[in-house]
Design a binder for this molecule. Structure first.
Ligand SMILES: [Zn+2]
Length: 132
């Protein structure tokens, strides 16, 4: 029985390490998707303002990057929601917020102003991922 518990514990620790490694990789992918989405959004706006063309073509060009950029940004927010966790500034509670809470929260980078599910207070909460 002791050996079985020890083996189970070792496997759980290994799974936890794999999850943390996957979280770190996901957050790197989030960064890449976010940067590409901004380029897709801004490049047509810059080109539309610089190139000579008819007005209707300029409007179509300027708005052409909007939908692809929104898709990329929505996926980035989803990745940020599920990878790692946030920590409440007031009570220190670790939690994974809902997609809506993450999407609608004001933010600076990965620090978001959200309500804690444990104490109900709003605070600037940092994204945390276990390292090693
Ligand atoms: Zn709290």
């Amino acid at each position: 029985m002791e050996t079985l518990n020890h083996e189970t514990e070792q496997k759980l620790k290994e799974l936890q390490k794999q999850k943390h490694a996957c979280d770190r990789l996901l957050l790197k992918c989030e960064w890449v998707i976010g940067v590409l989405s901004c380029i897709v959004l801004l490049a047509p706006i810059v080109l539309g303002s610089l190139l000579p063309m008819e007005e209707w073509k300029r409007v179509v060009l300027v708005f052409s990057g909007f939908i692809p950029a929104m898709v990329g940004i929505c996926f980035s927010v989803k990745i940020e929601q599920v990878a790692g966790y946030y920590v409440c500034e007031h009570c220190g509670k670790k939690h994974v917020p809902t997609y809506k809470a993450v999407f609608l929260a004001p933010h600076m980078g990965r620090t978001r102003y959200m309500t804690c599910p444990a104490c109900g207070k709003k605070s600037w909460q940092k994204k945390k991922v276990e390292t090693k």
